[in-house]
Design a protein around this ligand. Structure first.
Ligand code: TDX
Length: 333
């Protein structure tokens, strides 16, 4: 099997390539990645037989021949950081909407099977005391330019399935953590702040809840869908990992041997989604998938260890990320 992995030098895509190399040595892989700030060639260092093509997936003329030679396309490529989408929405529309359009057009032309990676944020957010979780029937209700662009991309995939018979599946996953995650994101930002001798930065009161899943569990679910998923279907991926941000920060501080209250509150994100929660029972029941990382603290510890031992991977980006945050966020307590 030959796989085309878009966004394969980004966080989740690179972990997907690593997992595939470890578990499926007979699969050959081409990574197509525009190598924006969020990608890192070093995330794929040392991997045999991975071809890397540096191009923006929204350039159909370049993506087309790559799709033509692939058996399956796994489409990770996306702008993914909410804070950046509030600052500058256009790259999100271009990468997430136009990029998906171009991948769909190439898959339509060549009859190539597509798996589209999406997010639980397309469903909006839940109240803290809402007993329900997102499932495949939850109406789309995105809040930010980022989540609206991902929702748009999902709808394009659905339309190409129905109107053109493209063989595609979609997955909507909850918040990922693990190795190679960019330091702008919540968990790596806090770990690296502590490693650099500064205090973690919590938005608002920290009561917002995210449903954490280890990136390897996300990607093993993607493989379950590639192996056994039904064309045209949407699968929700989650590992029952709901935790509020305050608890995450305090746990990181505790695991790193610091005072659990040694963090700063900073100004909140505008339009900040309150809670995400995924019901993944369909995926578990129909495709027999289950997560391996069921102990969030153990997963966090492994992630802390990875960032501690891979300073050379993240340090070049850290100062610029913090300088950017400093322009929009102020410490409030
Ligand atoms: O410094 C921070 N302090 C803080 O309290 C940062 C960067 C974030 N937060 C909060 C905001 C969120 O409630 O932590 C939570 C997680 O923030 P992010 O890492 O920015 O993730 P989120 O906005 O929840 O979106 C993530 O999950 C869904 C990914 O970035 C998306 O790409 C994915 O679709």
């Amino acid at each position: 099997m030959h796989l085309l992995v878009t966004g394969g030098a980004g966080f989740i895509g690179a972990n997907f390539v690593h997992l595939t190399r470890r578990t499926r040595p007979d699969v050959s892989i081409t990574v197509v990645d525009s190598m924006t700030y969020a990608a890192n060639r070093d995330s794929l260092a040392g991997l045999d037989a991975v071809r890397i093509v540096e191009v923006d997936v929204s350039e159909l003329a370049v993506v087309d021949p790559l799709v033509a030679e692939a058996d399956v396309v796994v489409h990770f490529a996306a702008e993914s950081h909410n804070d950046n989408s509030l600052d500058s929405p256009w790259p999100f529309l271009r990468s997430n909407i136009m990029g998906t359009f171009s991948v769909l057009e190439a898959c339509r032309k060549h009859g190539t099977r597509l798996h589209h990676i999406s997010t639980d944020e397309v469903y909006g957010d839940l109240d803290l005391d809402d007993p329900s979780k997102f499932d495949e029937f939850t109406p789309y209700n995105p809040s930010s330019p980022y989540s609206a662009s991902k929702a748009s991309s999902d709808l394009l995939v659905r339309a190409w399935v129905r109107s053109f018979g493209v063989r595609a599946t979609i997955s909507n996953c909850s918040n990922n953590y693990g190795p190679y995650q960019h330091v702008e994101k919540f968990i790596p930002r806090q770990i690296t702040e502590v490693l650099e001798g500064r205090r973690p930065k919590l938005y608002g009161a920290g009561l917002n809840v995210r449903d954490w899943i280890h990136v390897d569990d996300h990607n093993s679910a993607v493989w379950s869908i590639l192996d056994r998923g039904e064309m045209g279907r949407t699968y929700l991926i989650g590992a029952d990992g709901e935790v509020n941000n305050l608890t995450v920060v305090q746990t990181i501080l505790k695991l790193m041997g610091r005072d659990p209250n040694g963090f700063d509150h900073v100004s909140d994100r505008p339009g900040h989604d309150l809670r995400y929660a995924i019901d993944s029972s369909t995926l578990r029941r129909e495709l027999g998938w289950k997560p391996d990382f069921v102990d969030f603290e153990a997963g966090l510890q492994a992630t802390i260890d990875w960032f501690t031992h891979n300073r050379g991977w993240w340090q070049p980006q850290k100062a610029a990320v913090e300088a950017k945050y400093a322009r929009t966020q102020e410490v409030i307590k």
